[in-house]
Write a protein that binds this ligand. Structure first.
Ligand code: ADP
Ligand code: MG
Length: 342
């Protein structure tokens, strides 16, 4: 075969292989887009575990009619334009690939209206070259992305979809994790027309506790130690279950770096080490932790799905987390310690 440039759809499908693993990955990418667009209300509607339909509706900034085509194109983003931008990313997205990838493996319709535009417009990409068709639509300020029939044209991928219940479980987990990343936004999740999660916006401690209880269960919030420490530009805050609660505790490990949900090895290692021998072998560590640091100190461009980060000063970050947690576990208020012992 001679060397040739791949048709746009095929190139996007190849890229989709890295980020669009299952319906839950679509939900993650689209909700992150809504958050980047400054939305304060996000509604997620799912049908048949996401295989039939994923619909995300937000009240964010919207996309202007002239930019709809670009939004669906690969390597098109409004979030970075220089290498400096990439080195200090504050947005959740920056690769400019999600919409193009998802739309190459589903029937995706993007509908949007920025505040200042009188009319809403709707776009979809068709055919081998993914030509974008734009037409007028009706929509309030904000954006709706509808993803129908995920993987309909990539049978190998479709085959790997699990049962409706399993796929929905993964979506639910993504929503719970995102709910804990932003207490200031309201977030709802429906499955097959029925409400499943309804998180109301609110950043007061009582409202945070309420959301935490909804996501992690009342047992967690009843015993969790609250921590908040800062040192040389590093801040760690959140909640940590004391080791005594480990047995009664579901395995619950949520970590965020600059508001981005993570499954980071370094973070997990530091937490494990802080619990040390205190954790019974058959018990679970449970924590919701937020690490905040200068965006230039962390590289988020490590993994296409952005599950991992790289810290420039890994040792320093590790030791900071370890120290804060050891202190939190050692100096817990007597009232909390005795409540757990009862
Ligand atoms: P990225 O998020 O990496 O920029 P995406 O493919 O996810 O790439 O999105 C492409 C662009 O489309 C974004 O940079 C943004 O400008 C726009 N966009 C996507 N979703 C939304 C949304 N819900 N509201 C407003 N703009 C959006
Ligand atoms: Mg994105």
């Amino acid at each position: 075969m001679p060397i040739q440039i791949l048709p746009a759809r095929l190139a996007n499908q190849i890229a989709a292989g890295e980020v669009v693993e299952r319906p839950a990955s679509v939900v993650k990418e689209l909700v992150e887009n809504s958050l980047d667009a400054g939305a304060t209300r996000i509604e997620v509607d799912i049908e048949k575990g996401g295989a039939k339909l994923i619909r995300i509706r937000d009240n964010g900034s919207g996309i202007a009619r002239e930019e709809l085509t670009l939004a669906l194109s690969r390597h098109a983003t409004s979030k970075v334009s220089t290498l400096e931008d990439l080195e200090q990313i504050l947005s959740l997205g920056f690769r400019g690939e999600a919409l193009a990838s998802i739309s190459s493996v589903s029937r995706l319709v993007l509908t949007s209206k920025p505040e200042e535009q009188a009319q809403a417009w709707q776009a979809m990409a068709e055919g081998r070259e993914m030509e974008v068709k734009v037409q007028p639509a009706s929509h309030p300020k904000g954006t709706t992305v509808e993803v129908a029939d995920l993987f309909f044209n990539t049978p190998a991928r479709r085959k790997f979809l699990r049962t409706e219940k399993t796929e929905f479980g993964h979506i639910d987990e993504v929503i719970r994790r995102i709910a804990l990343s932003r207490f200031d936004i309201s977030l709802t999740l429906h499955h097959n027309g029925k409400p499943v999660r309804q998180y109301r916006a609110g950043t007061l401690p009582s409202q945070q506790d309420k959301r935490l209880a909804a996501v992690c269960g009342p047992a967690f919030i009843g015993s969790a130690l609250r921590l908040d420490s800062e040192h040389h530009g590093l801040r760690l805050w959140g909640w940590l279950a004391p080791p005594e609660a480990a047995r009664a505790q579901a395995d619950l490990q949520y970590t965020y770096v600059n508001g981005r949900m993570m499954r980071d090895k370094l973070l997990n290692h530091a937490v494990r080490q802080a619990y040390g021998d205190r954790l019974p072998a058959d018990g679970n560590a449970a924590f919701v932790l937020y690490l905040e640091l200068d965006a230039r100190e962390v590289d988020v461009n490590v993994h296409p799905a952005k599950h991992e980060v790289r810290f420039h000063q890994a040792r320093l970050v590790h030791d900071f987390i370890y120290q804060v947690l050891v202190q939190a576990l050692a100096h817990r208020p007597a009232a909390q310690a005795s409540r757990v012992a009862e």
